[in-house]
Design a protein around this ligand. Structure first.
Ligand code: BGC
Length: 737
């Protein structure tokens, strides 16, 4: 037993098995658990945000007493170091603290918001960005990030779509796993490894009405086939932790959901990491009406399988009485503590882990590349872009052209606005101050005023082209930032109307945390570059794209609706019995009284999206040959090759993201989506160059959940497309025997 000496733990307690790094982790946990009091166990199950800088005496005292096992989003590097010193040297058992933080899309260097990262379809670069974030965060004593958020979202009203990787389970699985690998590095116990957290488990992105925290109703077949797939992929990538979601899923809150946490995560998937609740989500079980009060909430969360309580204190306050009343069992407490301690052991926290060395500024080039690849060219009428650098005068208009916080986007609390290189600064650097004229015109994107429109018209009259920065402030997306309208806020549309009347070439760069609807405005613009919230290096990335030093290559990771009334709209939908055909585009179709055509569409708007999933233009053009298969049929053990020739038919070297879609089987046990993404490759092509792009498909790639919840591939006829987006490509059929 420790006697209060101030020597480091490893020296004072050499005999204890938990202090011996060579011992097996489970033995070390056994040894430690045997020594722990109930209060110490409950302390390990509690996470606080209360680590003020400097640390108060009250918190120091609490740490000494083992009241907290973990802190989130609190304190600075020195406070964390001091808290850790107290935990390891001045407590009875020397159990280290774990420091968690929302390192969502970068730490000091801010990368594009996750939805923008997803538009790169670049697994390696996304993994590298997460690695850079881990280097920066671990150097400041952070051990654990609450990322990646891999909630599938098919509703752009939801503000947290900005933090998501979009609508598709395959893309989200591949890119989410890449983030996990990047954050965690080669081994969790390295000083620069940041434990990742797959969140929010599960269904959070399906909030009813797109309203944050709202109920999710997801039939099990859809849950397993779509919403859970990225979580399974994160688990397979070795993610250290899971976070439960705030929402109810099919009437049971995710934070009290035994089916999700015990049946699927622990029993089916054999996950042995730690499960943390979301912020006060255990306490909120009462507000959901699922618990009668805090004691009942604690009991339900524990029984469901939540190990660690974030911020609320129902575990610490009530588990003791629940044990005494035999309403829970010590085994359940021990199991939760074991999962938490396992995480701490795996991170090397017991074995003298210290903050990693501070990295240099290596992240900036990666941040610029990621920003460049994330931007999606939606329109480029008559090849307006790229502009020529010989341009005499460029007008830059709009508040988002020079707004560091908005450029960083949601969840950028460690980003420093002073590091941000804005588009305005980048244009001035590129062309010289004299050739760039600028007016913000509006105070922010929500500004309704038209007072400065005259100034915008004056600048436009003096210039050869106008680059107009449109979109949403950073604060309009993210947590609790749901929108009922998806249009450009404030007077931005009127501003476009005015500028369009001048006849000057009009280029819009749209910064936003979600798909916006801007159909009428788009018609007035010559070119549209969708830039999301591009992060620290967004400015240079935009300037280089606009002037052709780089070529747009991003593709949409989510469908863009024409109107909010089309939501939810996503490409991998089922067919109806009356699917509208290619001749049913547009809206005129008889009268509302006599719609003529009884297919699944709207009488007042085209049924297709404004821009489909997978869509994005380039400064060059690509041609796809018809899709080929290596054999007409695939037997159960083999694989089949699906390929097409992709040619660069334009004048510039460029990357093209080639997408593989599959549908089928026809006539299976359940109806299947009209198409599903099954692969993608980023291919570089010189002008005139053609490459054969090939994907290999095995039986397992075709597996899906049937109505008995069995995951298997059914025999039958399948169809495949290699395509530039989810609506195009020439299909080929093959049979799975
Ligand atoms: C969010 C989580 C986040 C946590 C800690 C919650 O409100 O839903 O995603 O990790 O806060 O900041």
């Amino acid at each position: 037993m420790r006697t209060g000496s101030h020597l480091p733990l490893l020296f004072s307690l050499p005999a204890y098995a938990w202090a011996a790094p060579q011992e097996d982790i489970e033995h070390r946990i056994d040894a430690l658990l045997k020594r722990m009091t109930l209060e110490e166990k409950l302390g390990q199950m509690s996470q606080s945000t209360d680590l003020a800088a400097p640390i108060t005496d009250k918190i120091k005292q609490q740490i000494r007493a083992g009241r907290w096992g973990s802190f989130l989003n609190a304190g600075g590097p020195a406070d964390r170091a001091e808290a850790q010193r107290i935990a390891m040297r001045e407590t009875r058992l020397g159990i280290p603290l774990i420091f968690g933080r929302d390192v969502i899309h970068g730490y000091r260097t801010i990368f594009p918001i996750p939805l923008g990262q997803s538009a790169t379809w670049d697994e390696d670069l996304i993994s590298q960005a997460a690695r850079e974030a881990a280097l920066e965060a671990t150097a400041e004593g952070i051990h654990w990030t609450f990322a990646p958020m891999i909630d599938i979202c098919r509703d752009p009203r939801w503000g947290r779509v900005a933090e998501s990787l979009g609508e598709d389970p395959y893309l989200t699985s591949v890119l989410g796993a890449a983030m996990v690998r990047g954050f965690q590095g080669d081994s969790l116990n390295r000083a620069d490894s940041l434990a990742a957290c797959a969140k929010h488990y599960a269904g959070y992105g399906a909030a009813e009405g797109g309203r944050d925290y709202n109920s999710a109703w997801i039939p099990e077949i859809l849950l397993r086939d779509v919403y859970l797939r990225p979580f399974r992929a994160a688990r397979d990538a070795g993610v250290a932790t899971f976070m439960t979601a705030f929402n109810t899923l099919n009437a049971i809150p995710a934070t009290g959901n035994r089916f999700l946490l015990r049946d699927i995560l622990r029993s089916e998937w054999k996950f042995d990491g730690a499960v943390v609740s979301d912020y006060q989500a255990i306490r909120e079980l009462t507000a959901h009406g699922y618990a009668t009060g805090p004691p009942d909430a604690a009991r339900k969360a524990l029984l469901a399988g939540v190990d660690l309580e974030m911020v609320s204190t129902t575990y610490f306050d009530h588990l003791k009485a629940l044990l005494q009343a035999n309403l829970i069992d010590m085994r359940e407490v021990d199991e939760a503590v074991r999962n938490i301690l396992r995480l701490k052991f795996r991170l090397g926290l017991f074995d003298g882990r210290r903050p990693a060395a501070k990295p240099g500024i290596a992240a900036l080039p990666a941040a610029e590349r990621l920003a460049t690849e994330s931007m999606v060219l939606l329109k480029n009428a008559g090849g307006l872009l790229p502009l020529k650098k010989t341009i005499a005068k460029l007008a830059v208009i709009g508040p988002l052209a020079d707004s560091p916080p908005d450029q960083m986007g949601t969840w950028a609390m460690d980003g420093n606005p002073r590091d941000v290189r804005t588009p305005l600064a980048a244009f001035r650097e590129m062309l010289g101050n004299d050739r760039v004229v600028y007016a913000s015109v509006l105070k922010n994107s929500r500004d309704m005023s038209t007072a400065a429109f005259a100034q915008a018209l004056r600048l436009s009259a003096q210039s050869d082209a106008v680059v107009l920065f449109l979109g949403e402030d950073a604060t309009m997306s993210g947590e609790a930032r749901s929108r009922a309208f998806l249009g450009l806020p404030g007077s931005q549309e009127q501003l476009v109307d005015q500028l369009a009347s001048t006849g000057k070439p009009l280029i819009a760069v749209i910064m936003a945390g979600r798909p916006l609807t801007f159909h009428r405005t788009a018609e007035k613009l010559g070119a549209i570059l969708y830039a999301w919230h591009p992060g620290t290096m967004g400015g240079p990335a935009i300037a280089h794209l606009i002037f052709g030093d780089s070529v747009p290559s991003g593709k949409l990771p989510i469908s863009f609706p024409r109107s909010v009334g089309q939501v939810p709209i996503y490409y991998a939908h089922l067919s109806t019995g009356r699917p509208p055909g290619p001749n049913d585009l547009g809206t005129p179709m008889g009268t509302p009284e006599n719609p003529k055509d009884y297919t699944s569409r709207y009488i007042d708007l085209d049924f297709t999206p404004e821009y489909p999933f997978g869509y994005g233009l380039s400064y060059t053009t690509f041609r796809y040959s018809a899709t080929r298969v290596s054999a007409p049929a695939l037997d159960s053990s083999g694989s089949i090759e699906i390929s097409a020739d992709v040619s660069n038919t334009g004048g510039r070297p460029a990357d093209e993201i080639v997408e593989l879609y599959v549908s089928g089987p026809a006539g299976g046990s359940v109806a299947r989506p009209v198409r599903e993404l099954k692969g993608f490759k980023r291919v570089h092509l010189a002008p005139g160059e053609t490459k054969a792009v090939t994907f290999s498909i095995r039986r397992s790639n075709l597996a899906f959940y049937n109505n008995r919840m069995e995951f298997s591939a059914e025999s039958g006829r399948y169809r495949a497309w290699l395509a530039p987006d989810s609506t195009r490509g020439t299909p080929v059929d093959f049979v799975l025997k």
